[in-house]
Design a protein around this ligand. Sequence first.
Ligand SMILES: NC(=O)c1ccc[n+]([C@@H]2O[C@H](COP(=O)([O-])OP(=O)(O)OC[C@H]3O[C@@H](n4cnc5c(N)ncnc54)[C@H](OP(=O)(O)O)[C@@H]3O)[C@@H](O)[C@H]2O)c1
Length: 250
Amino acid sequence: MSTSPTRIPTDAKVVLVTGASSGIGEATARHLAEQGHHVVLAARRRDRLAQVVGDLTEAGHSAEHEELDVTDRGNVQDVVSRLVARHGRIDVLVNNAGVMPLSPVAALRLDEWDRMIDVNLRGVLHGVAAVLPAMRERRCGHIVNVASTAAHRVDPTAAVYCATKFAVRAFSEGLRQENTDLRVPVISPGFTRSELADRGGDPQVQGAVRAATEQIGLPASAIAEAIGYAIGQAPGIDVNEIVVRPTAQN
Ligand SMILES: NC(=O)c1ccc[n+]([C@@H]2O[C@H](COP(=O)([O-])OP(=O)(O)OC[C@H]3O[C@@H](n4cnc5c(N)ncnc54)[C@H](OP(=O)(O)O)[C@@H]3O)[C@@H](O)[C@H]2O)c1
């Protein structure tokens, strides 16, 4: 489902943001639309997407939405094919959708482990597989992968989450090396205000994450601006890695 886009200026990028119904994805979609790009907001919660698209189009920006489950390979490919048919290209894919139900390994919450692997890692692979052939053919494009400070260090209760984020970072480096015409920024946020700790995981652990985020968390707009910086560089300049932490985060 999509809202009809307004005409896209030729110098604007067509940007697909996954996980755009809240938090960092929503802030990124808002920021990039305000910068003049055409933004496609994708996630499962259509009502939330429609609300943000309504705000943006009312303010004169160019945006539409697509219902998307990144764990469904066919769904990702269909959405990308539809967008390429509609706009002729996707210039930027922001692989942002993610989940973080934290718990100690010994709790053996296997369904949540699978969920993290499916959304945080497989979801990224599905997005890349869907956009890569056309980007390689056009010999340009940005694939922005949202990792985490959890892609740089491991802490108790975050073993599986960190494993998925380390994997996204490793995969991004391989993707970058193999595709010299493409740009593959990895953006690693620290504590950022969003809905990330609201679903699943050990209630005590998630409560502690929420408390820390409330105390020191960055606004999601700080991460959106880092993504805007990464995709705003002149051709040939690939911002490989940005880590954005609150000053108070250890
Ligand atoms: N907040 C932080 O402190 C922090 C720190 C480091 C890294 N990150 C990373 O930042 C990214 C965004 O998270 P956030 O903090 O903004 O949390 P959030 O507010 O919970 O946003 C997560 C987004 O992912 C989407 N999503 C979840 N499962 C999905 C699926 N199967 N298919 C499509 N979309 C799905 C959600 O939308 P629907 O539920 O509508 O599908 C939502 O829009 C994640 O990759 C997260 O790991 C966050």
